[in-house]
Design a protein around this ligand. Structure first.
Ligand SMILES: Nc1ncnc2c1ncn2[C@@H]1O[C@H](COP(=O)(O)OP(=O)(O)O)[C@@H](O)[C@H]1O
Ligand SMILES: [Mg+2]
Length: 278
Protein backbone atom coordinates (compact mmCIF):
# COMPACT_ATOMS: atom_id res chain seq x y z
CA UNK A 1 0.00 0.00 0.00
CA UNK A 2 0.92 3.60 -0.54
CA UNK A 3 0.51 6.19 2.18
CA UNK A 4 0.85 9.91 1.49
CA UNK A 5 0.83 11.96 4.66
CA UNK A 6 0.42 15.74 4.89
CA UNK A 7 2.46 16.30 1.73
CA UNK A 8 3.57 19.84 0.91
CA UNK A 9 5.32 20.41 -2.44
CA UNK A 10 6.58 23.72 -3.81
CA UNK A 11 8.01 24.96 -7.06
CA UNK A 12 9.89 28.06 -5.96
CA UNK A 13 7.21 30.45 -4.74
CA UNK A 14 4.32 28.24 -5.88
CA UNK A 15 2.91 25.91 -3.26
CA UNK A 16 1.38 23.21 -5.46
CA UNK A 17 0.39 20.75 -2.71
CA UNK A 18 -0.66 22.14 0.67
CA UNK A 19 -0.80 19.15 2.95
CA UNK A 20 -2.25 16.25 0.98
CA UNK A 21 -2.96 12.90 2.65
CA UNK A 22 -4.29 9.79 0.96
CA UNK A 23 -3.80 6.05 0.76
CA UNK A 24 -3.80 3.45 -1.98
CA UNK A 25 -4.60 0.05 -0.42
CA UNK A 26 -3.16 -3.14 -1.94
CA UNK A 27 -4.85 -4.27 -5.16
CA UNK A 28 -7.06 -1.22 -5.48
CA UNK A 29 -7.80 1.56 -7.93
CA UNK A 30 -7.85 5.02 -6.35
CA UNK A 31 -8.79 8.12 -8.35
CA UNK A 32 -7.74 11.71 -7.79
CA UNK A 33 -10.01 14.20 -9.54
CA UNK A 34 -9.20 17.81 -10.11
CA UNK A 35 -9.21 20.54 -12.71
CA UNK A 36 -6.15 22.08 -14.35
CA UNK A 37 -3.58 23.30 -11.88
CA UNK A 38 -5.09 21.43 -8.90
CA UNK A 39 -1.79 19.64 -8.26
CA UNK A 40 -2.57 16.20 -9.71
CA UNK A 41 0.65 15.83 -11.70
CA UNK A 42 2.65 17.23 -8.80
CA UNK A 43 1.26 14.50 -6.55
CA UNK A 44 2.27 11.75 -8.98
CA UNK A 45 5.68 13.34 -9.53
CA UNK A 46 6.35 13.45 -5.80
CA UNK A 47 5.41 9.77 -5.47
CA UNK A 48 7.61 8.72 -8.41
CA UNK A 49 10.45 11.00 -7.31
CA UNK A 50 10.37 12.94 -10.58
CA UNK A 51 9.31 16.26 -9.01
CA UNK A 52 12.98 17.29 -8.78
CA UNK A 53 13.24 17.13 -12.57
CA UNK A 54 10.59 19.87 -12.57
CA UNK A 55 12.33 21.87 -9.84
CA UNK A 56 9.79 20.80 -7.28
CA UNK A 57 10.63 20.30 -3.61
CA UNK A 58 8.93 18.28 -0.91
CA UNK A 59 8.79 20.65 2.04
CA UNK A 60 6.75 18.67 4.49
CA UNK A 61 5.09 15.35 4.98
CA UNK A 62 6.00 11.85 3.91
CA UNK A 63 5.33 9.17 1.31
CA UNK A 64 5.58 5.55 2.40
CA UNK A 65 5.13 2.32 0.52
CA UNK A 66 4.96 -1.38 1.00
CA UNK A 67 4.52 -3.66 -2.00
CA UNK A 68 1.62 -6.12 -1.70
CA UNK A 69 2.56 -9.34 0.03
CA UNK A 70 5.56 -7.92 1.87
CA UNK A 71 5.33 -8.42 5.62
CA UNK A 72 1.87 -9.84 5.26
CA UNK A 73 2.18 -11.51 8.66
CA UNK A 74 2.89 -8.24 10.48
CA UNK A 75 0.15 -6.53 8.55
CA UNK A 76 -2.58 -8.17 10.57
CA UNK A 77 -1.28 -6.61 13.76
CA UNK A 78 -0.01 -3.31 12.51
CA UNK A 79 -1.26 -1.48 9.44
CA UNK A 80 1.99 0.45 9.15
CA UNK A 81 4.25 -2.59 9.36
CA UNK A 82 6.78 -2.79 6.57
CA UNK A 83 6.00 0.69 5.23
CA UNK A 84 9.17 2.27 3.87
CA UNK A 85 9.72 5.98 3.31
CA UNK A 86 10.17 6.61 -0.41
CA UNK A 87 10.05 10.42 -0.58
CA UNK A 88 13.82 10.75 -0.69
CA UNK A 89 14.40 8.06 -3.33
CA UNK A 90 15.46 8.95 -6.85
CA UNK A 91 13.13 7.90 -9.69
CA UNK A 92 15.10 4.75 -10.61
CA UNK A 93 14.98 3.48 -7.04
CA UNK A 94 11.28 4.19 -6.86
CA UNK A 95 10.78 2.08 -10.00
CA UNK A 96 12.89 -0.58 -8.29
CA UNK A 97 10.37 -0.56 -5.44
CA UNK A 98 7.60 -1.31 -7.93
CA UNK A 99 6.13 2.15 -8.47
CA UNK A 100 5.96 3.22 -12.11
CA UNK A 101 4.48 6.36 -13.60
CA UNK A 102 2.87 6.85 -16.97
CA UNK A 103 3.41 10.60 -17.26
CA UNK A 104 1.17 13.43 -18.37
CA UNK A 105 1.19 13.80 -22.15
CA UNK A 106 2.29 10.18 -22.67
CA UNK A 107 5.93 11.00 -23.46
CA UNK A 108 6.49 8.11 -25.81
CA UNK A 109 9.42 8.13 -28.23
CA UNK A 110 7.82 9.05 -31.55
CA UNK A 111 10.72 8.04 -33.73
CA UNK A 112 11.09 4.63 -32.11
CA UNK A 113 8.89 1.68 -32.97
CA UNK A 114 6.23 0.31 -30.65
CA UNK A 115 8.56 -2.59 -29.81
CA UNK A 116 11.47 -0.28 -29.06
CA UNK A 117 9.29 1.89 -26.82
CA UNK A 118 8.24 -1.18 -24.87
CA UNK A 119 11.80 -2.36 -24.58
CA UNK A 120 12.77 1.04 -23.17
CA UNK A 121 10.12 0.54 -20.48
CA UNK A 122 11.70 -2.72 -19.35
CA UNK A 123 15.27 -1.53 -19.52
CA UNK A 124 15.74 -0.67 -15.87
CA UNK A 125 14.20 -3.87 -14.65
CA UNK A 126 16.45 -6.53 -13.19
CA UNK A 127 14.26 -9.22 -14.76
CA UNK A 128 15.79 -11.93 -16.95
CA UNK A 129 15.32 -11.83 -20.68
CA UNK A 130 12.71 -14.57 -20.60
CA UNK A 131 10.80 -12.80 -17.85
CA UNK A 132 10.84 -9.62 -19.93
CA UNK A 133 9.58 -11.49 -22.97
CA UNK A 134 6.79 -12.87 -20.83
CA UNK A 135 5.89 -9.39 -19.59
CA UNK A 136 5.82 -8.11 -23.16
CA UNK A 137 3.49 -10.92 -24.18
CA UNK A 138 1.18 -9.92 -21.34
CA UNK A 139 1.27 -6.31 -22.54
CA UNK A 140 0.37 -7.50 -26.05
CA UNK A 141 -2.52 -9.55 -24.62
CA UNK A 142 -3.77 -6.44 -22.86
CA UNK A 143 -3.27 -4.25 -25.95
CA UNK A 144 -3.64 -6.45 -29.08
CA UNK A 145 -3.38 -3.33 -31.25
CA UNK A 146 0.20 -2.81 -30.04
CA UNK A 147 1.10 -6.33 -31.18
CA UNK A 148 -0.31 -5.53 -34.61
CA UNK A 149 1.65 -2.30 -34.77
CA UNK A 150 4.82 -3.48 -33.09
CA UNK A 151 7.11 -2.57 -35.98
CA UNK A 152 5.55 0.84 -36.58
CA UNK A 153 6.92 4.18 -35.47
CA UNK A 154 5.08 5.39 -32.39
CA UNK A 155 4.43 8.80 -33.98
CA UNK A 156 2.16 7.10 -36.52
CA UNK A 157 -0.18 5.70 -33.87
CA UNK A 158 -3.52 7.34 -33.06
CA UNK A 159 -3.88 9.22 -29.75
CA UNK A 160 -5.59 6.25 -28.12
CA UNK A 161 -2.91 3.86 -29.33
CA UNK A 162 -0.18 6.17 -28.05
CA UNK A 163 -1.87 6.20 -24.65
CA UNK A 164 -1.97 2.40 -24.72
CA UNK A 165 1.71 2.37 -25.61
CA UNK A 166 2.50 4.70 -22.70
CA UNK A 167 0.64 2.38 -20.34
CA UNK A 168 2.20 -0.71 -21.90
CA UNK A 169 5.65 0.80 -21.52
CA UNK A 170 5.01 1.46 -17.83
CA UNK A 171 3.78 -2.11 -17.39
CA UNK A 172 7.05 -3.43 -18.86
CA UNK A 173 8.65 -2.58 -15.51
CA UNK A 174 6.16 -4.95 -13.80
CA UNK A 175 4.87 -2.37 -11.32
CA UNK A 176 2.99 -3.23 -8.17
CA UNK A 177 1.63 0.33 -8.24
CA UNK A 178 0.92 2.13 -11.52
CA UNK A 179 0.58 5.92 -11.53
CA UNK A 180 -1.55 7.14 -14.44
CA UNK A 181 -1.61 10.84 -15.26
CA UNK A 182 -4.77 11.78 -17.19
CA UNK A 183 -4.84 8.82 -19.59
CA UNK A 184 -8.14 10.03 -21.10
CA UNK A 185 -6.85 13.46 -22.10
CA UNK A 186 -7.78 14.36 -25.67
CA UNK A 187 -9.34 10.99 -26.47
CA UNK A 188 -12.77 10.25 -27.93
CA UNK A 189 -15.40 8.94 -25.47
CA UNK A 190 -15.31 5.43 -26.88
CA UNK A 191 -11.54 5.21 -26.48
CA UNK A 192 -11.81 6.60 -22.94
CA UNK A 193 -14.21 3.75 -22.17
CA UNK A 194 -11.67 1.32 -23.48
CA UNK A 195 -8.88 2.84 -21.38
CA UNK A 196 -11.14 2.50 -18.34
CA UNK A 197 -11.68 -1.19 -19.08
CA UNK A 198 -7.94 -1.68 -19.45
CA UNK A 199 -7.32 -0.02 -16.08
CA UNK A 200 -9.69 -2.59 -14.57
CA UNK A 201 -7.85 -5.42 -16.30
CA UNK A 202 -4.49 -4.15 -15.08
CA UNK A 203 -5.90 -4.05 -11.57
CA UNK A 204 -7.27 -7.56 -12.08
CA UNK A 205 -3.74 -8.73 -12.78
CA UNK A 206 -2.70 -7.60 -9.30
CA UNK A 207 -1.41 -4.07 -9.90
CA UNK A 208 -2.78 -1.19 -7.87
CA UNK A 209 -3.53 1.98 -9.79
CA UNK A 210 -3.48 5.61 -8.71
CA UNK A 211 -5.46 7.30 -11.47
CA UNK A 212 -5.35 11.06 -11.85
CA UNK A 213 -8.16 12.40 -14.05
CA UNK A 214 -10.26 15.35 -15.10
CA UNK A 215 -12.65 12.83 -16.61
CA UNK A 216 -14.55 12.02 -13.44
CA UNK A 217 -17.10 9.80 -15.10
CA UNK A 218 -14.50 7.29 -16.28
CA UNK A 219 -12.35 7.56 -13.15
CA UNK A 220 -15.26 7.03 -10.74
CA UNK A 221 -16.44 4.04 -12.70
CA UNK A 222 -13.15 2.18 -12.38
CA UNK A 223 -11.97 3.36 -8.93
CA UNK A 224 -13.11 2.01 -5.58
CA UNK A 225 -12.04 5.12 -3.74
CA UNK A 226 -11.61 8.72 -4.88
CA UNK A 227 -10.39 12.11 -3.75
CA UNK A 228 -11.13 15.56 -5.13
CA UNK A 229 -8.10 17.83 -5.26
CA UNK A 230 -8.69 21.58 -5.37
CA UNK A 231 -5.78 24.03 -5.51
CA UNK A 232 -3.41 21.75 -3.67
CA UNK A 233 -5.84 20.42 -1.07
CA UNK A 234 -8.07 17.37 -0.83
CA UNK A 235 -11.58 18.79 -0.51
CA UNK A 236 -13.58 15.58 -0.62
CA UNK A 237 -12.82 11.87 -0.23
CA UNK A 238 -14.85 8.71 -0.20
CA UNK A 239 -15.98 5.58 -2.01
CA UNK A 240 -16.17 6.34 -5.73
CA UNK A 241 -19.86 5.56 -6.06
CA UNK A 242 -20.69 7.88 -3.15
CA UNK A 243 -18.56 10.67 -4.55
CA UNK A 244 -20.30 10.42 -7.91
CA UNK A 245 -23.56 11.35 -6.21
CA UNK A 246 -22.32 14.53 -4.54
CA UNK A 247 -23.32 17.91 -5.95
CA UNK A 248 -19.71 19.06 -5.89
CA UNK A 249 -18.51 16.29 -8.17
CA UNK A 250 -21.60 16.39 -10.39
CA UNK A 251 -21.37 20.14 -10.92
CA UNK A 252 -17.64 20.37 -11.38
CA UNK A 253 -16.62 17.27 -13.19
CA UNK A 254 -19.41 15.09 -14.45
CA UNK A 255 -21.50 17.16 -16.83
CA UNK A 256 -23.51 14.85 -19.03
CA UNK A 257 -21.99 11.69 -17.67
CA UNK A 258 -23.70 12.27 -14.32
CA UNK A 259 -26.92 10.40 -15.06
CA UNK A 260 -25.13 7.34 -16.24
CA UNK A 261 -22.92 7.13 -13.17
CA UNK A 262 -25.58 7.66 -10.55
CA UNK A 263 -27.72 5.12 -12.37
CA UNK A 264 -25.15 2.39 -11.91
CA UNK A 265 -24.04 3.43 -8.44
CA UNK A 266 -25.40 1.66 -5.39
CA UNK A 267 -28.39 3.34 -3.78
CA UNK A 268 -27.91 4.65 -0.26
CA UNK A 269 -27.09 7.63 1.85
CA UNK A 270 -23.72 9.32 1.52
CA UNK A 271 -22.56 8.32 4.94
CA UNK A 272 -19.00 7.32 4.10
CA UNK A 273 -17.79 10.62 2.74
CA UNK A 274 -15.21 12.66 4.54
CA UNK A 275 -15.31 16.37 3.96
CA UNK A 276 -12.30 18.44 4.77
CA UNK A 277 -12.71 22.01 5.82
CA UNK A 278 -10.40 24.99 5.67
N1 LIG B 1 7.64 23.01 -13.04
C1 LIG B 1 6.82 23.90 -12.44
N2 LIG B 1 7.29 25.10 -12.04
C2 LIG B 1 6.48 26.00 -11.43
N3 LIG B 1 5.18 25.78 -11.16
C3 LIG B 1 4.66 24.61 -11.54
C4 LIG B 1 5.44 23.61 -12.21
N4 LIG B 1 4.65 22.54 -12.46
C5 LIG B 1 3.43 22.85 -11.98
N5 LIG B 1 3.43 24.09 -11.43
C6 LIG B 1 2.29 24.76 -10.76
O1 LIG B 1 1.85 23.94 -9.70
C7 LIG B 1 0.42 23.90 -9.64
C8 LIG B 1 -0.06 22.48 -9.79
O2 LIG B 1 0.27 22.02 -11.10
P1 LIG B 1 0.02 20.53 -11.60
O3 LIG B 1 0.48 19.61 -10.56
O4 LIG B 1 0.64 20.42 -12.94
O5 LIG B 1 -1.57 20.49 -11.68
P2 LIG B 1 -2.52 19.52 -12.52
O6 LIG B 1 -1.73 18.33 -12.93
O7 LIG B 1 -3.64 19.19 -11.57
O8 LIG B 1 -3.01 20.31 -13.68
C9 LIG B 1 -0.05 24.86 -10.72
O9 LIG B 1 -0.25 26.11 -10.12
C10 LIG B 1 1.11 24.90 -11.69
O10 LIG B 1 1.13 26.12 -12.36
MG1 LIG C 1 -1.38 17.52 -14.76
Amino acid sequence: MLKVDNLVVRYGAVEALKGVSLEVPDNSVVAVLGSNGAGKSTLLRAISGTHRLHRGRIEQGSISYRAAGQNAADEQNDQNAGLIRIDKLDPAKTVGRGIVQSPEGRRIFGRLTVDENLRAGGMNSSATKSARTETRERVFTLFPILAQRRGQRASLLSGGEQQMLAMGRALMASPSLLLLDEPSLGLAPQIVEQIGEIVLEINGMGTSVLLVEQNASMALRVAQHAHVLEVGKVSLSGPADELAKTDQVRDLYLGHGAEEISGSAAVGRSQHLTRWTG
